[in-house]
Design a protein around this ligand. Structure first.
Ligand code: SAH
Ligand code: SF4
Ligand code: F3S
Length: 481
């Protein structure tokens, strides 16, 4: 089985060599040979949510007669779990299909299926546009995959893009065939009700719904039992997590969920993503403060630093509101809490002064790192319907590079400030650059590289930071006495 994560269009401002390698190279899972009849191969594009969904798909299909392969040439079924967030994300998948066309020529029985957000956005139209595609399956229809594959086996094309109000795959234990065995994603909710005007997600992922707290806790407990040391709770807007028991006796919000996950095991690191500036509460911040194992790291996408643009984006907060949230985070959690952001350059009608507001907000917030994008109009979104995509491409690119420059400098300063400190690092594995070095992160999500000694992945070590680059800390393990 090969699990490939293509995330090239989601590069942080100052990617480390490790991160670059992770983006450029396919993420490969082990082959799984349990004597099943057919072989499955999946490639995942886009966000962590999609990656997490591929683990659910693998879980469903390995119970239905499939083993997994790391080579598309050996596959009977090839699935592409796709992303629609920007036009280039879709183009990447279309190019990939050209490659699979060649494979299918030599093996006509091979099934090619499109999953995920692009499947949901384009629906049956994809079958017209890309003749090689046999099956189109939206993010809420993965339970139907065995039937859909059967349909294709019997000579038909198959489509299921039904969006559900209830589906959370709560009872399905994701099959984690890739990754490091140390850190796992746990999906806590699906969909999004926010309707930011630029964003395709509400159309591709449907209405927001929260997963049963007990199924989340069970999954986390099982991960701990299997040796995992870190979980990242995933949702498009984790702060609006809200779950009640049928009999209404139990109500759980995000802060309470966070606390319950943190209490599963105090040596388990807990992260979460993504927080929405309009929804992140002081209760969440105080919960983070209360538990050492909840990491000091908040991804709080600002998108823009200008109130008029934020309004056009329908983000429902102002520049001042965002600044107040940053001040509150610093007040409650101190300077040790890393904050990161997403920024869109060149949104509809953005002026130079408004772009300057974005730069000054980044300076104010002093983000640890950021993901920056140029605005890409997505068909069917409110912005595409009502606003002109009127900033010339060269201006968008110039603004993007100005944002990246400011952020790179901040990232470097944050890293430099760690020199001379001792950081508690969770070892994630061997460094890609050198077999003699290990890599891991501190609580605020900074990557560190250090000589191996006798340590191995999954262990916590104290590392004295002795140097840094813009994206990586370098150091030495300090032996405990
Ligand atoms: N739910 C998260 C982000 C989801 S998408 C949130 O609300 O922040 C990840 C990022 O992609 C967004 O934060 C935004 O910066 C970017 N993005 C979304 N739509 C985009 C578009 N049409 N053009 C460019 N960037 C976009
Ligand atoms: Fe998209 Fe906004 Fe929802 Fe994030 S919160 S997924 S940007 S609509
Ligand atoms: Fe892309 Fe869908 Fe995620 S559009 S970013 S894969 S929710």
């Amino acid at each position: 089985m090969k699990q490939v994560v293509h995330d090239l269009d989601i590069l942080p401002s100052a990617p480390t060599a490790e991160e670059k390698a992770a983006c450029d190279l396919p993420r490969i899972t082990e082959e799984r040979n349990t004597g099943k009849q057919r072989k499955l191969y999946i490639e995942s594009y886009g966000c962590q949510m999609n990656f997490s969904d591929s683990e659910i798909v693998m879980s469903i299909l390995t119970q239905e007669g499939f083993d997994t392969t790391s080579t598309p040439d050996n596959a009977d079924v090839i699935l592409l779990n796709t992303c629609s967030i920007r036009d280039n994300a879709e183009q990447k998948v279309r190019h990939r299909l050209v490659h699979f066309k060649g494979l299918k020529r030599n093996k006509p029985s091979m099934i090619v299926g499109m999953l995920g957000c692009m499947a949901e956005r384009l629906k049956a139209q994809l079958l017209e546009e890309e003749k090689i595609v046999d099956m189109v399956v939206g993010p809420d229809a993965y339970r139907d995959l065995p039937n859909l594959i059967q349909e294709v086996d019997s000579g038909h094309k198959a489509v299921n893009v039904f969006l559900s109000r209830e589906e959370t795959y709560a009872d399905i234990n994701p099959l984690r065939l890739s990754g490091d065995g140390v850190s796992a994603f746990v999906s806590i909710m699906r969909g999004c009700d926010n309707m930011c005007s630029f964003c395709v997600v509400p159309y591709t992922r449907g209405r927001e719904r929260s997963r049963d707290v007990h199924s989340i806790l069970n999954e986390v407990k099982e991960l701990v039992a299997n040796g995992y040391k870190e979980v990242t709770l995933l949702g498009q807007n984790v702060d609006s997590y809200k779950w009640s028991a049928e009999d209404a006796g139990e109500h759980v919000n995000f802060a309470q969920l966070l606390e319950r996950v943190a209490l599963v095991d105090t040596t388990l690191r807990v992260r979460f993503s993504t927080s929405h500036p309009k929804d992140i509460t002081d209760e969440v911040l105080y919960t983070m403060k209360k538990y050492d194992n909840i990491c000091n790291s908040i991804h709080l996408p600002a998108q823009s630093g200008n109130t008029r643009i934020l309004e056009l984006m329908n983000r429902t907060y102002t520049r001042e509101w965002y600044m107040e949230r940053i001040t509150k985070i610093r007040e409650i959690l101190g300077d040790d809490c890393g904050i990161s952001s997403d920024t869109i350059a060149g949104f509809c009608s953005e002026t130079e002064e408004e772009h300057q507001d974005t730069l000054s907000l980044i300076q104010f917030a002093r983000f640890d790192f950021g993901y920056q994008f140029v605005y890409s109009e997505r068909p069917g979104t409110p912005a595409a319907k009502k606003l002109a995509d009127d900033i010339p491409e060269d201006v968008k690119q110039r603004r993007l590079s100005e944002i990246i420059t400011v952020q790179r400098q901040l990232s470097l300063e944050h890293n430099q400030a760690q020199i001379g400190t001792i950081q508690k690092i969770l070892i994630e594995g061997v460094s890609k650059k050198s077999e003699n070095d290990l890599k891991g992160r501190n609580s605020r999500n900074m990557m560190a590289i250090f000589p191996k000694k006798n340590y191995t992945k999954g262990q916590y070590v104290d590392v004295l930071i002795t140097g840094c680059s813009g994206g990586t800390l370098f150091g030495e393990i300090v032996e405990k006495v």
